[in-house]
Design a protein around this ligand. Structure first.
Ligand code: ZN
Length: 222
């Protein structure tokens, strides 16, 4: 719904006098988060500095861990007591194993397209944000798209930006992100950027595109 409203607002902006448009968000001063995706491969040896998530076998970067613990405490206080971490940092090698497993499972269904279809669901090694150490899968049961319709899923989608997380693969954005709707997958980008992405209903790809465009305008090529 929010996306529809944004598109409507954009259409209105385009047809109305440009001078009347709201100030564009200032993005030029922000550092651009690293993307791992079908278009941006992380090297095999990319390993961030990690700390263990207390009480689990998972690892995250310290800043992400602190934000996650804050968010989890508030989510639990808001009544979502069953939320738990389901995945955090994953190495290139782990991702390779997971991806190959998915390809094998898809082979009988998709044949020659198995690898391509598997990549939408389980990223290829080097293309998973979980290798960055700043990404979590969080849900109150198995990782299904229906989680997004639960009270806990809605709470996370609406509040995660307050802690610096973004819902990384929102519904209806597969053509932009290359990944299916994942209501459980949250990427830490810091509170400033998370709020901008939330307010504008952007994906991370759209944020990066807009930020780069503004930087080019601020520092035109000679
Ligand atoms: Zn994930």
């Amino acid at each position: 719904m929010k996306r529809v409203i944004t598109l409507l607002a954009l259409a209105v902006l385009l047809v109305s006098n440009y001078a009347a448009a709201a100030e564009p968000v200032a993005l030029a001063g922000l550092s651009i988060p690293l993307i791992a995706s079908r278009d941006n491969n992380l090297p095999r040896d990319y390993v961030p500095e990690l700390v263990r998530v207390p009480g689990t076998y998972f690892y995250l970067e310290q800043e992400t861990l602190d934000a996650y613990l804050d968010m989890l405490a508030d989510a639990k206080a808001a009544g979502h007591a069953r939320l738990r971490l389901q995945s955090a940092y994953r190495s290139y090698e782990t991702q390779h194993t997971l991806h190959e497993r998915k390809v094998a499972a898809y082979k009988p269904i998709y044949g020659d397209r198995a690898r391509e279809m598997a990549a939408r669901v389980v990223a290829r090694p080097g293309q998973s944000e979980h290798q960055l150490g700043n990404t979590i899968d969080i849900a109150n049961g198995s990782l299904t798209q229906s989680f997004g319709k639960t009270a806990a899923g809605i709470w996370l989608a609406e509040n995660s930006y307050l802690y610096g997380f973004i819902l990384r693969y929102p519904e209806g954005t597969t053509s932009v992100t290359g990944v299916i709707y994942e209501p459980w997958h949250f990427r830490y980008v810091g509170k400033d950027i998370a709020k901008i992405i939330y307010d504008n209903d952007w994906t991370l790809e759209e944020f990066v595109r807009n930020a780069n465009a503004q930087k080019e305008k601020s520092y035109p090529q000679a």
